[in-house]
Design a protein around this ligand. Sequence first.
Ligand SMILES: [Zn+2]
Length: 219
Amino acid sequence: MNGTQVFSKSATHELECPECGHKQNMRLWDSVDGAEDFLLKSQIFDKTLHLFQCGKCPFNAWVEKELLYYDVRSRFMIYYLPEFEEDTLELDVSGFFAQENNPGFYLRIVTELEELVEKIRIFEDGLDDRAVELLKKSFLNNWYEHYPDRNVVLRYTQMARDDRRIKIHVFEPERNDVIALEFDFAQGYEKAMSMLSKASLLKKDICFLKVNQENVLPG
Ligand SMILES: [Zn+2]
């Protein structure tokens, strides 16, 4: 078995509108092949793939359903598991999706749609998400020293290849504000990579991992 034998898979489900009780069919995806199915990928990015829109009333909402996103070209698989337990950091998967069948793949668990989109961007750009999380972590330590009461969420957005910088957006939900940060690739990212390599964390995935700034390095 190899990665090229997997396809995007979907099934039709009957869903009931929680507002008015109207029942209608909706196609929901179990897996998405991001290297082939660009339309599905764009529907993940614009949050329409699993958007339930009631045919009888104005209700609409994202359907919280697990989804496996994989990309054999950029070599990663991300399990979107909205119900996954907060404290659990890894998931051992048998069969096709097991690590032994996918050597060298990044295997990740995410619990939020924004996280799924962010990880796709990171891996498509050829970056290691752990180094990106380290960059975020260093920024956040600094931020909360100065602004302990102002919560922010950091999301990788893109890499500026010409000038070798990494762009990360800082969202401040309470102020509905976004700041764009830029990290120098050589000083920031490569330094983070060398920290990871000293901690022996590079390319050692043995199962699907949850990776964020809280757990990027042990201890
Ligand atoms: Zn309805």
